[in-house]
Design a protein around this ligand. Structure first.
Ligand code: ATP
Ligand code: MG
Length: 328
């Protein structure tokens, strides 16, 4: 199957300015990521806060320029494509944010918010525009009574439905969902996941689904990529990653959510027990502006051997394969 989206060696380095406390430094937010997503596919991207998930999403959507690497979307290299040429492709790549309140303009009604992308891209006008907007709202489970409402008159779940309707308006092939349910109550979260599953089935959409929540990722995604300090350390089918995790970091994440990955012992026993499938490996994530030498996971890895502290093991050089776990 040809990939809808293909990223190779994708990297983003931020230059941090000098401050009174720190010299100028480079922070590698994304450090050489290879990723492929088929049309209609579902890829979950998991990892702790600050590992680079949103930066990777922003790179793939060309919202920030890449420092290195290549992005091919629908067969076209968009890495450095001029904006004018990119514009028609942007329609096909849409983002849904974590915080629907911040994503909606408080001055626009629901009808105006959903109509806006259709008007900007000259996709519909007049009665056809009104019909499209009502149909999009119906697709996300909102009736016509919501059309004249403003964002402050909506619940969090209703706002997120409006954001999804707005993202669907230009008929995307890929939705990048960056923590789309993490700001919602658990019951609303479940409804939102049903809406997303229906949409995908009906429209053949592909999802890149970013989440801290392994339970949610397991429900939505056929493929899973695990990210640590800017790198994908393990990628595979959801069945493999959840059922037979290979990388020690994946094992630590799963062990932190007993009802998902309970078979893996938590190593040194200092695993946090967060609720609702939230991931947290033992120990503190390292500072990405000053990563540890060797394998960046070794200070937290219950399986680390001396080699992990000096030379980087193949896992974090080649993007896969931890010699300790035998991964790859
Ligand atoms: N514009 C920027 N300038 C400098 N550093 C940045 C910038 N954007 C992100 N970073 C840094 O890049 C790293 C990755 O951030 P990113 O937002 O991608 O993480 P994340 O995995 O999405 O985290 P979270 O789960 O908390 O949303 C962090 O250390 C962050 O501080
Ligand atoms: Mg993020």
């Amino acid at each position: 199957m040809t990939a809808l989206l293909n990223a190779t060696g994708l990297a983003k380095t931020y230059a941090l300015p000098r401050t009174a406390f720190q010299p100028a430094r480079l922070l590698q937010a994304v450090a050489g990521v290879d990723l492929a997503l088929a049309a209609g596919g579902t890829l979950g991207l998991v990892g702790e806060s600050g590992c680079g998930k949103s930066t990777l999403a922003r790179l793939l959507l060309r919202l920030v320029p890449a420092s290195a690497g290549r992005i091919v979307f629908q067969g076209q290299d968009i890495t450095t494509m001029p904006e004018a040429q990119l514009r028609p492709l942007r329609r096909r790549l849409q983002l849904v944010h974590q915080n629907p309140g911040a994503a909606l303009d408080p001055r626009l009604t629901v009808a105006q918010a959903v109509a806006e992308p259709l008007i900007i891209q000259s996709l519909a006008k007049g009665a056809a525009l009104r019909d499209r907007v009502a149909a999009l709202l119906a697709e996300v489970g909102l009736g016509a009574e919501f059309l004249p409402r403003f964002p402050h008159e909506l619940s969090g779940g209703q706002k997120q439905r409006v954001c999804i309707a707005r993202a669907l308006a230009p008929e995307p092939a890929l939705l990048v969902l960056d923590e789309p349910t993490s700001a919602l109550d658990v019951s609303v979260q479940a409804q939102m996941l049903d809406v997303l599953a229906d949409l995908r089935e009906r429209r053949g959409l592909a999802y890149l689904f970013i989440s801290h929540n392994l339970a949610v990722v397991r429900q939505v995604c056929a493929e899973v990529a695990v990210m640590y300090l800017g790198r994908i350390v393990e990628q595979g089918s959801a069945a493999q990653v959840f059922g037979a995790p290979r990388h020690p970091y994946t094992r630590a994440l799963l062990a932190s959510v007993p009802r998902l990955g309970g078979s893996v012992p938590p190593g040194d026993g200092q695993v946090a027990a967060p609720g609702d499938g939230q991931v947290a490996a033992p120990g503190e994530p390292p500072n990405p502006a000053a990563p540890p030498p060797g394998c960046p996971f070794h200070p937290r890895c219950g399986m680390a051997v001396p080699a992990c502290r000096s030379g980087a093991p193949p896992a974090l050089v080649d993007g896969l394969a931890c010699p300790v776990s035998g991964a790859g």
